[in-house]
Write a protein that binds this ligand. Structure first.
Ligand code: CO8
Length: 257
């Protein structure tokens, strides 16, 4: 069992903590392999409804491990698909994934947060894509997801000048979902995840898929996808339970089916 990450469960919520504090959680292959495996494991676990990824108080993650990458050749990267092999794994996760970010979220760390569905930032959170300083580029979705998240003008500024955003700016620009005090970060994110995980899992999955369509496709395709997802809700016992519970003024008893 790798100690590059720590995992625990809180009821229906899985918590994954990046655990290379001495390197500010720099993302190396061992960490990313462990993260990918944990995400797939929790995604397949019927007892889990949402997953939280967090780092430490100083850094969520300071990016790809520069020490590991410095002497790699282009062929090394192609052959081993260094780090990138696990980024597709994150996209495969059907359940909601929340990032709880304190401190630095830089380079691949910022891209990891961007790959999550909800980003809760502590006041101390700092976001940057500083790869340009290394003559590299944000290659884990940064050049693609950041413009979607905050628009081309702000994204170009961050990617080309290495501008760092504080939590309030990141909130204002739409990079994060909400900002909380540092000492509330984990509790508030776990509470949010527990609230989400208490809803019907098939409905959550359908909503996540539909919102992602808005990112990835045209409006016409997205509307059609959403309509099919809505029709399918009527095959769900939980949907009938949710509506009848509302009418009967009682709490719904979701069975996640
Ligand atoms: N890789 C390896 N080691 C790192 C990294 C990193 N990205 N970031 C920090 N560390 C190490 C430092 O080398 C240092 O180690 P040591 O104590 O042995 O000297 C330790 O962590 C503490 O760091 P600092 O002493 O630098 O701490 P400071 O508080 O002075 O500074 C900063 C914190 C500002 C975060 C600074 O460490 C920094 O600038 N780090 C690099 C940030 C960066 O450039 N990130 C982008 C990396 S490239 C990238 O992510 C490419 C993505 C492309 C696709 C791959 C997907 C993951």
């Amino acid at each position: 069992m790798s100690n590059e990450i720590l995992t625990e469960t809180h009821g229906r919520v899985a918590l994954v903590t990046l655990n290379r504090p001495a390197q500010l959680n720099a993302l190396n292959d061992a960490l990313m392999d462990a993260l990918g495996a944990a995400l797939l494991r929790f995604d397949a676990d019927d007892g889990i409804g949402a997953i939280v990824i967090t780092g430490g108080p100083k850094a969520f993650a300071a990016g790809a491990d520069i020490g590991a990458m410095a002497d790699w050749s282009c062929m090394d990267v192609h052959r081993d698909r260094f780090i990138t092999r696990n980024w597709e794994t994150i996209r495969q996760v059907r359940k909601p994934v929340l990032a709880a970010v304190a401190g630095y979220a830089m380079g691949g760390g910022c891209e990891l947060a961007l790959a999550c569905d909800i980003v809760v930032a502590a006041d101390s959170a700092r976001f940057a894509l500083p790869e340009i300083k290394l003559a590299m580029l944000p290659g884990a979705g940064g050049t693609q997801r950041l413009p979607h998240a905050i628009g081309k003008a702000k994204a170009m500024d961050m990617c080309l000048s290495a501008r760092m955003l504080d939590a309030q700016e990141a909130d204002r620009y739409g990079l994060v979902s909400r900002v909380v005090p540092d000492d509330r970060l984990l509790d508030d994110t776990l509470a949010l995840a527990a609230r989400i995980a208490g809803y019907s899992l098939p409905a959550l999955v359908a909503i996540k898929e539909s919102v992602n369509r808005a990112w990835e496709g045209t409006l016409t395709e997205g509307i059609l996808f959403e309509r099919r997802a809505l029709y399918t809700r009527f095959a769900s016992a939980d949907a009938h339970e949710g509506m009848h519970a509302f009418l009967a003024k009682r709490t719904p008893d979701f069975q996640h089916r």
